[in-house]
Design a protein around this ligand. Structure first.
Ligand code: NAI
Ligand code: HPV
Length: 387
């Protein structure tokens, strides 16, 4: 029975069956998590997978997981529309003073509210997004969806991504600095990695238009908060809207903080949770990987009573070593698939232990011999639950 540990709040009813047990153990087989930190202490030899319901994996030590033979999953695209809509809402709110206008209207007293409201509405003259330039830094799933929406709103859309995307709605510029120099609104939608940490700092603010608004929906640490405060104080740009609150930014003028709301819609949470459960079940029960952060894709129909799965650091004669061990145990290979991702590989091998009279002891010996093959990082033999 697989022990599943949930680090954040989840509805785990999908895991209450004979195969899975939700548990508070510190040595789980699988972890399900949102944005919380996954402590390295949980990456034990027993840990088969970490499933991130969401996209950002900066709170998971991916390298340690890979070396431990632990697959890491996330849910690409599941919350993209939610984030896009929140950014649009933030953009609209940044050009029309809606909150103050609503508060002002609510505070009016007397008989003729309409006349009073119209007499004072000049205080709330806003601007339009139409015709303005939006610069999107990070043209992944969210960035592309945002670019399309902004294009259809009549905005000029420029963007930067480390790889060229060939997008119709976006004029892709060569550097982030090029984007900062021309944009009225800059939206950060990068993942947090060693190369993106602090990517927007003092030098970048000097390039921005004085009336520009910076919207950070990627991660707080993409931006140097102290430099934000200084740049705003010096009037180098107009406003910082961030989905990642920080003490340094509290009570600072021209800073708007949201409590990490981007993916927080019923629809996005449900899509992420469903995909997470599917990723986990597929991998634990059949070894199949449709999309993982660190394991290669591998999908093979589980048409045999048993299946061997091996995650390994690629090496020329590894397959020869694995197949000769299977031969020695008289286990024929019925079907197999092997794929690589970077330096690592993953194979699914359909086998039949029952027909070949392999005892439980022999099966355990077989697993130990396979684990001893140079380069193997995780070896599993699965029983076909539908056989
Ligand atoms: N505020 C919120 O609640 C949410 C925030 N996010 C953040 O937004 C990020 C993007 O999300 P998605 O678009 O779904 O992910 P994605 O993986 O589809 O897109 C990321 C894009 O960034 C590009 N990129 C990576 N490193 C780069 C670099 N150094 N320079 C330039 N481009 C680089 C990639 O090529 C890719 O196009 C996530 O990693 C996460 O940190 C995502 C979802 C919700
Ligand atoms: O998917 C992401 O990267 C997000 O930032 C959303 O995270 P959450 O699941 O809302 O904690």
């Amino acid at each position: 029975m697989y022990q599943i540990k949930a680090i954040d709040e989840f509805n785990l009813s999908a895991f209450n069956d004979k195969t899975f047990q939700v548990s508070d153990t510190n040595t789980p087989d699988a972890i399900i998590v949102r944005s919380s930190n996954v402590s390295d202490q949980l990456i034990t030899p027993r840990l088969l997978l970490v499933a991130r319901a969401g996209i950002g994996t900066n709170t998971i030590n991916i390298e340690a997981c890979t070396q431990n033979g632990t697959a890491v999953f996330n849910t690409p695209g599941a919350n993209a529309n939610a984030v896009k809509e929140l950014i649009l809402q933030a953009l609209f709110t940044s050009v029309r003073p809606l909150q103050t206008a609503i508060a002002h209207t609510a505070a009016l007293t007397g008989d003729d509210l309409q006349t009073q409201a119209e007499a004072t509405r000049y205080q709330f003259i806003g601007g339009e997004l139409y015709g303005k330039t939006i610069g999107i830094v990070g043209l992944g799933t969210i960035g592309q969806q945002l670019a399309d929406s902004c294009y259809h709103l009549g905005m000029q859309v420029v963007g930067y991504n480390r790889s060229s995307k060939g997008l119709q709605a976006v004029q892709q510029l060569a550097t982030i600095d090029d984007v900062l120099a021309v944009a009225d609104f800059v939206v950060l939608l990068l993942p947090l990695t060693e190369s993106t940490r602090g990517i927007i700092a003092a030098k970048q603010f000097q390039l921005m238009k004085k009336k520009a608004v910076l919207l950070n929906f990627g991660r707080g640490a993409l931006v140097d908060d102290q430099a934000v405060i200084e740049a705003l104080n010096q009037g180098q740009f107009k406003q910082y809207i961030t989905d990642f609150p920080a003490e340094a930014l509290q009570d600072q003028g021209h800073v708007v903080m949201l409590p990490h709301l981007g993916g927080n819609t019923v629809e996005a949470l449900s899509k992420s949770a469903n995909l997470t459960v599917k990723n986990m079940r597929d991998f634990l029960e059949t070894g199949v990987i449709r999309a993982s952060v660190n394991f290669p894709t591998a999908d093979l129909s589980f048409s045999s009573p048993n299946r061997l799965t091996v995650f390994f650091k690629s090496r020329a004669s590894l397959w020869n070593d694995v197949s000769s061990i299977l031969n020695r145990y008289h286990v024929p290979i019925l079907e197999m698939i092997s794929n690589t991702k970077g330096d690592y590989g993953y194979m699914l091998v359909n086998i039949n232990l029952v027909a070949n009279n392999v005892t439980t002891d022999q099966k355990n010996q077989l697993i130990n011999e396979l684990k001893a093959v140079t380069g193997t990082l995780r070896v599993r033999i699965l029983d076909n639950l539908n056989a």
